[in-house]
Ligand binder design. Sequence first.
Ligand code: HPA
Ligand code: ZN
Length: 319
Amino acid sequence: MRPPVAELHLHLEGTLEPAFIIETASKHGIELPWRSLEHLEAQYDFTDLQSFLDLLYVNLEVLRDEDDFAEVTRRYLVRAAAAGVRHAEIFFDVQAHTRRGIPAETVVRGIRSALDRSVADHGMTTKLIMSFWRDLPAEDAMGALTHVLGAGLPIDGIGLDSAEVGYPPSLFVEVYRMARDAGLHVVAHAGEEGPAEYVWEALDLLHVERVDHGIRSLEDPELVERLVRERVPLTVCPLSNVRLRTVETMAEHPLPRMLELGLLVSLNSDDPAYFGGYLDANFDAVVAEFGLDARAVEQLARNSIDSAFLEPDERARLH
Ligand code: HPA
Ligand code: ZN
């Protein structure tokens, strides 16, 4: 049995399984570019982050009504509970939906209706993090945040994702200031495909509490020293990194080095329906590749709890 674990880097849109995509398209009479389930399943061979995002952004268009958002959330919670997840912090990409005319209200209410049952159904606490596409103008993110805050929609934090290179954190200083002023938690993807410099910016300009991915931080010893000293959590996603060719093979994944250096790393599934598995599969993959012992697995699990946005009593319950 694995110790209690938190999942902190999980894109809800990345949990749409191929069968669900086909079913939901058919429910709404949506014509996808895929002729069949097999045709869709043949699309999952990625060369980089962008090639994956291209597929992700087509498929998520099947999400139309509140019930779709509730259903995809319910399915994730069931699967995560089976993987041993006791606390989940879930991203959704607001602009992926609002740009298609789906109101943020529909998205948040649908997701929340499922999250509201997760303690009762699975003993799992949750947080909801609204992410912005960094390859859209910061004004667009600002508009979405202003709307969601004004409407009083219940989110716990903001994040930053999508195509990284060429879209540095410095573009989003105002958005993050507004979020922090509103009492929201703040995280950002940085150092996945982008350079260590983006991790510095995320820390110094956006004042993020956690860095998503962050694996390219290892290229900068001074940055590593700071991340260790300040115990900045890094949410690492091994299967994602291999499938998006951020690292060439699992054997070359920097996870063991990150642990050795004393970085506060946790394991996460990122977009499990696209990258070959949920959190349990990520644990299994690194245990198999690196022969991690029970102590290292416990350390990773403990790190995830320490990296979560939990109150002290909730944290104590999971330790
Ligand atoms: N990186 C950037 N954007 C994303 C990712 C990711 O790993 N997953 C979903 N959107
Ligand atoms: Zn991600």
